[in-house]
Structures are given as structure tokens and as C-alpha cells.
Write a protein that binds this ligand. Structure first.
Ligand code: GRG
Length: 295
């Protein structure tokens, strides 16, 4: 096992325990809602956003106990977005992370509440744990996640996505959609990890640029995988975008050009890390992982 694979497994496993501890126990009332929240968050997912937060936290000298709270907040927002995205009123899907989606396993009303409650819990975590000595910086973290997940971030991107079905978008329009829908939360993961430590504004700006490039690369790769990989490998329904008549990098550019674009964004992301030297090695490895992933 490579040093990077070991780092990933160790963090994923420790993070799973953290999530189990932070989520309400299934025995606590209202039991069905709490069980559905745990079902939607635990035992699944690559945990890419938390891993990015951990790598940025290491770079900024942040204590890992703080970063894992920030990482949990981001992952809860991500899980909420997947639960809502899978509902019949949005993408209407039955499979997520290799198991039935939340509204299939439970019911629609429960799935709606799971998303609501996960979102609230994310902000509860960011506000009740000490994440930076400087209270103003911590408040900035709350604001950062709120903007990244709200109408000027992920939810806004989802609105553009829903409105784009059956339409021919231009490349800049597609990019705008994904910078918000997928990119905003990925960017926020990196900045939240970094905000648990101490970096100057120039360094934070570089990390933000890295996040922007890698967030978009993540989506381009997602589009390629949606068109090339099978349902069993992805753990979610493959070919969904084409079936739903959604514009993607593959439908707009073709597979080869989409792969080239992902490689260019990968290169741009690595360029932003040059001045950090060896301290940014994990972020480099995560960029490789995101671009070369198979699911
Ligand atoms: C409902 C407000 C709201 C937003 C939904 C994220 C999102 C916005 C929709 C998900 C649809 C989708 C397939 C987006 C493409 C990129 C993406 C976020 C894929 C899923 O993320 P992964 O691959 O999933 O990190 P895991 O399961 O590994 O956590």
C-alpha cells in the first residue's frame, strides 16, 4: 500500500468514527429520522471533500480534531444534497452509494427532513466547537459554508441544472453551473480545512484557486464516468445525464476533449501549489486521485 493510500484509509476510517459520534444516535427520538440520517451519511462515499479538508488542514498546521469537525460539516451538507437530489422532484433516482436512496428506503417526507436536519447539524457543528482561536475567523467559516451551499453556491447550481434539462448550453454556461453545483462545496472544503490553521491571505487565495480548478475537474471526470462506467462500479445509476437529456462536458465536447480538459484543469491545480513545496504533497495526490478515479 502506498503512503498516500495508507493516509486515505486512515483518515477515512477515523472520519467514519467521527461521523458516527457526531450524528444523533438512532435510538434517540425521533428514531426514524435519526436512523435515516445515519443511513444517508454513514458507510458510503469516497469522502473526497473531507480528505481535501484534512490535506489543507495539514498544510496550515491545524489540529486534526478541529479539521474533522469542519470536514464533517461539509460532508453533512454534501450528504443532504445527495438525498434531496435523488428525490422524485429532482433527479428521481433509486440507487446511491450502492444502496437504495433515502426516499426509497424510508419515504419522501423522511428524505426531505433528513436533508433539512443534516444541513442544520452542519451549522450546529461549525458554531459549537472551537475551530480557530480567533472567533472572527470562525464566524467567517460559518459564512463561507453558508454561501457555498446556498443560492449563490450549490443550491443555485442545482437550480441552473434543473432549468437546463433539454437545453443546449454553451461551454461557459455549463462551467458556471458546475462551478456552483459541485465546485462551491469542494472549494469550501479546502478553505474550511485551511481556516482551522493559520495561512496568510495570499496562501489562502492560492488554495482557493486550487479548489476552483479541482472542483471543476471533479465534475468533468464525473461526466466522463457517467458516460463510460457501469452502474455497479459507480454505485449510482450510470448514463443518467444522457437519459435525462442533460448537457454535460461529454455531450458538449465529446469524451476525448472532456478528458483533455480534466487533464488541463489538473495541471492548473498543481501549478497553484508550487510555492507550498513538499507541504502540499497530499493536495497534489488528491488532485491525481480526483482526476484518475474510476467511480
Ligand atoms: C439538492 C441543493 C441540492 C443540490 C444537489 C451535489 C448535487 C447538488 C447533486 C448531485 C448530483 C451529481 C451527481 C452531481 C455531480 C457531482 C457530484 C456531487 C457527485 C457526487 O459526489 P461524490 O462522487 O459522491 O463525491 P460520494 O458518494 O463519493 O460522496
Amino acid at each position: 500500500m502506498s503512503d498516500f493510500s495508507f493516509w486515505v484509509s486512515a483518515h477515512q476510517s477515523r472520519f467514519e468514527d467521527t461521523l458516527k459520534r457526531l450524528l444523533p444516535q438512532a435510538e434517540v427520538a425521533p428514531q426514524r429520522l435519526h436512523a435515516a440520517m445515519r443511513y444517508s451519511v454513514l458507510e458510503g462515499g469516497k469522502r473526497v471533500r473531507p480528505l481535501l479538508a484534512f490535506a489543507a488542514g495539514e498544510l496550515s498546521g491545524a489540529p486534526v480534531e478541529r479539521v474533522e469537525i469542519a470536514a464533517a460539516a461539509v460532508e453533512l451538507i454534501h450528504a443532504y444534497s445527495l438525498v434531496h437530489d435523488d428525490m422524485p422532484c429532482m433527479d428521481d433516482d433509486v440507487l446511491r452509494r450502492g444502496k437504495p436512496t433515502c426516499h426509497v428506503e424510508y419515504d419522501e417526507a423522511t428524505a426531505l427532513l433528513v436533508g433539512d436536519a443534516l444541513q442544520s447539524l452542519a451549522f450546529q457543528l461549525l458554531s459549537e466547537h472551537r475551530l480557530n482561536e480567533d472567533a472572527a475567523k470562525q464566524l467567517q467559516m460559518v459564512k463561507l459554508l453558508a454561501i457555498a451551499s446556498g443560492s449563490r453556491g450549490m443550491a443555485g447550481g442545482q437550480a441552473i441544472d434543473l432549468a437546463s434539462v433539454g437545453k443546449q448550453l454553451t461551454l461557459p454556461e455549463l462551467e458556471q453551473m458546475h462551478i456552483h453545483k459541485t465546485g462551491a462545496l469542494i472549494r469550501a472544503s479546502i478553505l474550511l480545512g485551511a481556516h482551522c490553521g493559520n495561512l496568510d491571505q495570499t496562501q489562502l487565495d492560492k488554495l482557493d484557486r486550487y479548489g476552483k480548478c479541482i472542483g471543476l475537474a471533479f465534475q468533468v471526470v464525473d461526466d466522463v464516468l457517467d458516460s463510460e462506467a457501469d452502474t455497479a462500479t459507480l454505485g449510482k445509476t450510470a448514463g443518467k445525464d444522457a437519459n435525462n437529456d442533460k448537457p454535460t462536458y461529454v455531450t458538449l465536447l465529446g469524451v476525448q476533449a472532456a478528458k483533455k480538459m480534466a487533464a488541463e484543469l489538473h495541471g492548473d491545480a498543481l501549478d497553484t501549489l508550487v510555492e507550498f513545496g513538499a507541504a502540499a504533497q497530499r493536495l497534489r495526490e488528491l488532485a491525481d486521485f480526483i482526476v484518475k478515479r474510476k467511480y
